[in-house]
Design a protein around this ligand. Structure first.
Ligand code: MG
Ligand code: ZN
Length: 163
Protein backbone atom coordinates (compact mmCIF):
# COMPACT_ATOMS: atom_id res chain seq x y z
CA UNK A 1 0.00 0.00 0.00
CA UNK A 2 1.17 3.52 -0.72
CA UNK A 3 0.30 6.79 0.96
CA UNK A 4 -0.83 9.58 -1.30
CA UNK A 5 -1.62 13.26 -1.32
CA UNK A 6 -4.42 14.16 -3.69
CA UNK A 7 -4.41 17.75 -4.85
CA UNK A 8 -7.29 19.62 -6.35
CA UNK A 9 -5.99 21.74 -9.24
CA UNK A 10 -7.92 25.01 -9.61
CA UNK A 11 -7.58 27.12 -6.48
CA UNK A 12 -4.86 24.90 -4.98
CA UNK A 13 -2.12 24.73 -7.64
CA UNK A 14 -3.26 27.53 -9.93
CA UNK A 15 -5.32 30.64 -9.40
CA UNK A 16 -9.08 30.14 -9.57
CA UNK A 17 -10.95 32.86 -11.41
CA UNK A 18 -14.61 32.32 -10.60
CA UNK A 19 -16.73 32.11 -13.73
CA UNK A 20 -13.85 31.67 -16.15
CA UNK A 21 -12.14 28.47 -17.18
CA UNK A 22 -8.51 27.69 -17.86
CA UNK A 23 -8.95 26.96 -21.57
CA UNK A 24 -5.36 27.59 -22.64
CA UNK A 25 -1.91 27.60 -21.10
CA UNK A 26 -1.71 31.41 -21.00
CA UNK A 27 -4.71 31.39 -18.62
CA UNK A 28 -2.95 29.07 -16.21
CA UNK A 29 -1.29 30.96 -13.34
CA UNK A 30 0.58 29.01 -10.67
CA UNK A 31 -0.17 30.18 -7.14
CA UNK A 32 2.86 31.58 -5.40
CA UNK A 33 4.85 28.81 -3.74
CA UNK A 34 2.77 26.01 -5.24
CA UNK A 35 5.56 24.47 -7.29
CA UNK A 36 7.97 24.61 -4.36
CA UNK A 37 5.36 23.01 -2.10
CA UNK A 38 4.85 20.16 -4.57
CA UNK A 39 8.63 19.73 -4.81
CA UNK A 40 8.88 19.49 -1.03
CA UNK A 41 6.11 16.92 -0.91
CA UNK A 42 7.75 14.96 -3.73
CA UNK A 43 10.70 14.45 -1.42
CA UNK A 44 8.53 12.46 1.00
CA UNK A 45 6.92 9.03 1.11
CA UNK A 46 3.71 10.31 -0.51
CA UNK A 47 2.70 9.83 -4.12
CA UNK A 48 1.09 12.98 -5.53
CA UNK A 49 -2.05 12.87 -7.64
CA UNK A 50 -4.08 15.71 -9.10
CA UNK A 51 -7.85 15.24 -9.06
CA UNK A 52 -9.70 17.88 -11.02
CA UNK A 53 -13.15 18.73 -12.40
CA UNK A 54 -12.76 20.13 -15.92
CA UNK A 55 -16.29 20.67 -17.18
CA UNK A 56 -14.91 23.15 -19.73
CA UNK A 57 -14.40 20.06 -21.90
CA UNK A 58 -18.04 19.02 -22.12
CA UNK A 59 -19.15 22.64 -22.15
CA UNK A 60 -17.32 22.77 -25.48
CA UNK A 61 -14.76 25.34 -24.30
CA UNK A 62 -11.74 23.04 -24.26
CA UNK A 63 -10.82 19.87 -26.12
CA UNK A 64 -9.27 16.85 -24.37
CA UNK A 65 -6.13 17.54 -26.42
CA UNK A 66 -6.15 21.15 -25.21
CA UNK A 67 -6.34 19.96 -21.60
CA UNK A 68 -3.42 17.64 -22.26
CA UNK A 69 -1.33 20.55 -23.55
CA UNK A 70 -2.14 22.58 -20.40
CA UNK A 71 -1.27 19.63 -18.17
CA UNK A 72 1.95 18.85 -20.03
CA UNK A 73 3.06 22.46 -19.59
CA UNK A 74 2.06 22.40 -15.92
CA UNK A 75 3.94 19.13 -15.29
CA UNK A 76 7.00 20.44 -17.13
CA UNK A 77 7.17 23.49 -14.84
CA UNK A 78 6.56 21.37 -11.74
CA UNK A 79 9.36 19.00 -12.77
CA UNK A 80 11.68 21.92 -13.48
CA UNK A 81 11.11 22.93 -9.85
CA UNK A 82 11.99 19.32 -8.80
CA UNK A 83 8.40 18.24 -8.19
CA UNK A 84 6.88 14.99 -9.31
CA UNK A 85 3.19 14.33 -9.92
CA UNK A 86 2.38 10.64 -10.30
CA UNK A 87 -0.79 11.05 -12.35
CA UNK A 88 -3.64 13.44 -13.13
CA UNK A 89 -7.27 12.31 -13.13
CA UNK A 90 -9.94 14.63 -14.49
CA UNK A 91 -13.70 14.65 -14.96
CA UNK A 92 -14.78 16.23 -18.27
CA UNK A 93 -18.51 16.27 -17.50
CA UNK A 94 -20.94 19.12 -16.84
CA UNK A 95 -22.91 19.06 -13.57
CA UNK A 96 -26.17 18.34 -15.46
CA UNK A 97 -24.72 15.11 -16.85
CA UNK A 98 -24.85 13.64 -13.34
CA UNK A 99 -21.75 11.53 -13.87
CA UNK A 100 -20.10 9.47 -11.16
CA UNK A 101 -16.72 11.18 -11.40
CA UNK A 102 -17.38 14.90 -10.93
CA UNK A 103 -16.39 15.81 -7.37
CA UNK A 104 -18.02 15.60 -4.85
CA UNK A 105 -18.84 12.25 -6.45
CA UNK A 106 -16.11 9.69 -5.82
CA UNK A 107 -15.51 8.18 -9.28
CA UNK A 108 -12.08 9.70 -9.84
CA UNK A 109 -10.85 8.20 -6.56
CA UNK A 110 -12.28 4.84 -7.61
CA UNK A 111 -10.24 5.12 -10.81
CA UNK A 112 -7.12 5.77 -8.73
CA UNK A 113 -7.94 2.70 -6.64
CA UNK A 114 -7.96 0.55 -9.76
CA UNK A 115 -4.48 1.80 -10.72
CA UNK A 116 -2.82 1.98 -7.28
CA UNK A 117 -3.10 0.30 -3.88
CA UNK A 118 -3.70 3.45 -1.82
CA UNK A 119 -3.69 3.58 1.98
CA UNK A 120 -6.68 5.96 2.09
CA UNK A 121 -6.91 6.50 5.89
CA UNK A 122 -3.28 7.64 5.94
CA UNK A 123 -3.58 9.77 2.83
CA UNK A 124 -4.71 13.34 2.29
CA UNK A 125 -6.82 15.48 0.03
CA UNK A 126 -6.09 19.18 -0.34
CA UNK A 127 -8.92 21.23 -1.83
CA UNK A 128 -10.18 24.79 -1.81
CA UNK A 129 -13.93 24.15 -1.51
CA UNK A 130 -16.04 22.69 1.27
CA UNK A 131 -17.37 20.26 -1.37
CA UNK A 132 -13.82 18.89 -1.55
CA UNK A 133 -14.09 18.10 2.16
CA UNK A 134 -17.28 16.18 1.38
CA UNK A 135 -15.56 13.91 -1.12
CA UNK A 136 -12.60 13.42 1.24
CA UNK A 137 -15.01 12.23 3.94
CA UNK A 138 -16.77 9.88 1.51
CA UNK A 139 -13.55 8.14 0.49
CA UNK A 140 -11.95 8.24 3.93
CA UNK A 141 -9.14 10.72 3.34
CA UNK A 142 -7.81 13.32 5.73
CA UNK A 143 -8.66 16.77 4.42
CA UNK A 144 -7.01 20.19 4.39
CA UNK A 145 -8.77 23.27 3.07
CA UNK A 146 -6.23 25.34 1.14
CA UNK A 147 -6.78 29.07 1.27
CA UNK A 148 -4.87 31.96 -0.24
CA UNK A 149 -1.66 31.88 -2.23
CA UNK A 150 0.28 29.95 0.40
CA UNK A 151 -2.52 27.45 1.07
CA UNK A 152 -0.69 24.54 -0.51
CA UNK A 153 2.60 25.39 1.22
CA UNK A 154 0.80 25.40 4.59
CA UNK A 155 -0.97 22.14 3.76
CA UNK A 156 2.32 20.45 2.86
CA UNK A 157 3.84 21.72 6.08
CA UNK A 158 1.02 20.13 8.07
CA UNK A 159 1.16 16.83 6.16
CA UNK A 160 4.90 16.47 6.65
CA UNK A 161 4.67 17.39 10.34
CA UNK A 162 2.02 14.78 11.03
CA UNK A 163 3.80 11.87 9.39
MG1 MG B 1 -10.74 23.83 -6.67
ZN1 ZN C 1 -17.45 13.02 -14.66
Amino acid sequence: MVKAVFLDRDGVINRLNIGSYVTSWDKFEFLKGAKQAIARLSNSEYLIFIITNQSAINRGLLTPEGLEVIHNNMLFEIEEASGKVEKIYHCPHRPDEKCKCRKPETGLFEQVSKDYDIDFPNSWFVGDFESDREVAEKVGLKFILAKDDDGLAKAVERILESS
